[in-house]
Ligand binder design. Structure first.
Ligand code: 5RP
Length: 229
């Protein structure tokens, strides 16, 4: 039996995404393996002259090493189209992006974009977010105890993200702490409400929940592509 592996599916997804990029446009590119495939396709497309903004240091490096034009985000106020991956996205286009810890910058680029398109293989597309991964909060250090208390009142179990970087804590590219908050899916009545409650806690810069952010999702399967919007 012929089976396509996940990497082939991601590559096919990236190739389909290439079709909707207009020449001479400014595009946003997030992080991850599907975006890496898209970079390869952009590089190989003849006479294609686009500019890129990215929240991801790895993506920036990959674009530069492939000779692509990367703009400084601080000088950009509008993006024509942005692509990103995610950990999971649901049928309402709510997404969770918990791995990278760069969600604050990812949302900035998403906000500037006319369209913010998530590229996923079908294993990531679900009827409703399952919250197996935590919601990540980027927080200012002084707010650690306070944000912990409020997140727990909202039903979360809090774990600071740890590494060797800063007194044992992981620090974001922006120099802030990252707090993983685990929720029980069955206890969440409204994902939108949860996101707005978390975002409104003083000291929280942003959450890794993307609610009303994605405008389209391209789901790649062994049998082809499907758009959701
Ligand atoms: C991390 C993310 C990444 O964009 C996502 O994990 C990339 O996925 P893939 O490598 O499958 O394209 O959201 O939180």
């Amino acid at each position: 039996m012929f089976t396509t592996n996940t990497e082939d599916i991601k590559r096919a997804c990236a190739q389909k995404a290439l079709d909707i990029i207009q020449n001479h446009s400014i595009i946003g590119l997030g992080g991850g393996s599907t975006i890496s495939h898209l970079i390869q396709f952009i590089k190989e497309k003849p006479n294609f002259d686009i500019s890129i903004v990215t929240p991801s240091a790895q993506t920036k490096q990959l674009c530069l090493s492939n000779g692509l034009n990367v703009l400084h985000t601080e000088f950009v106020d509008h993006v024509d189209l942005a692509f990103d991956g995610c950990d999971q996205v649901d049928e309402q286009l709510n997404a969770l992006k918990s791995g990278g810890g760069i969600h604050t910058k990812e949302k900035l680029i998403a906000s500037m974009a006319d369209d913010y398109v998530l590229l996923v293989d079908e294993s990531k597309f679900v009827p409703r977010l399952t919250f197996e991964k935590p919601v990540v909060l980027e927080i200012i250090e002084e707010a650690t105890a306070y944000v912990t208390r409020v997140a727990e009142q909202l039903g979360g179990k809090v774990q600071m993200r740890r590494s060797a970087a800063k007194d044992g804590f992981t620090v974001s590219d922006n120099g802030h702490l990252l707090m993983d908050v685990f929720f029980d899916q069955t206890q969440i009545e409204s994902i939108k409400q949860l996101d707005s409650q978390l975002r409104s806690i003083s000291g929280v810069l942003d959450t890794s929940l993307f609610v009303d952010v994605a405008t389209k999702v391209l789901v790649a399967t062994e049998n082809g592509m499907k758009w959701y919007s």
